[in-house]
Design a protein around this ligand. Sequence first.
Ligand code: ADP
Length: 203
Amino acid sequence: MTSDQQTPVDLASGDLVFVGPPGVGKGTQAKALVQENGWVHLSTGDIFRDHARRRTELGRLAKAFLDRGEYVPDEITVDMVRERLREIPRNTRVVFDGFPRTVAQADALDRLLAEFGRHVGAIILLEAPREELLARLSGRARAEGRTDDTPEVIAKRLAVYEEQTRPVVSHYERRGLVRRVNGVGAVPDVTERLRDAADRGPG
Ligand code: ADP
């Protein structure tokens, strides 16, 4: 990939991509790691929810998909990520959370990062059994009242993950970039595992 050649030395380790099913703790963990390292957290879900709260045009559009547990169309999502990337200094590591979620988005991410002189360093796949995810998501529904945490929408999101996002993992596995991390346990213990995975060399 030309993106590797364009990458400046201080970003030799590349950006991180967090992948995992809904409820696995990507957001919580990404925030913790970003905070302790001075990296930037780029969560497409958070950006969509922020737009929805502010009732922007993008927010109104995205909310319909979010509330059904469906993915927002790739083109809209990719344009939004590009806008956010413009604001991030090249020597600051980005942790992508919830993006890419489709193979088309993964291809777009490579092109986008190349545009900005960046590249993917590693994919961190955070995993937990389905029963654990269901228990956490219904707990979060009570605690946070997210409109996409109802039982029907949760089931839909898990199905959409299996169908559309699993192939993203295989896509990166072929490139030897995936590091698997067990997402079950106390939050700080999982953070510790992620710290190790983020520091590890390629593979
Ligand atoms: P979770 O991983 O818990 O489902 P997120 O906050 O990452 O939560 O995403 C919530 C919703 O936002 C998704 O169900 C989807 O509708 C939308 N969304 C987030 N990221 C993307 C993306 N990369 N592509 C399309 N839709 C997305």
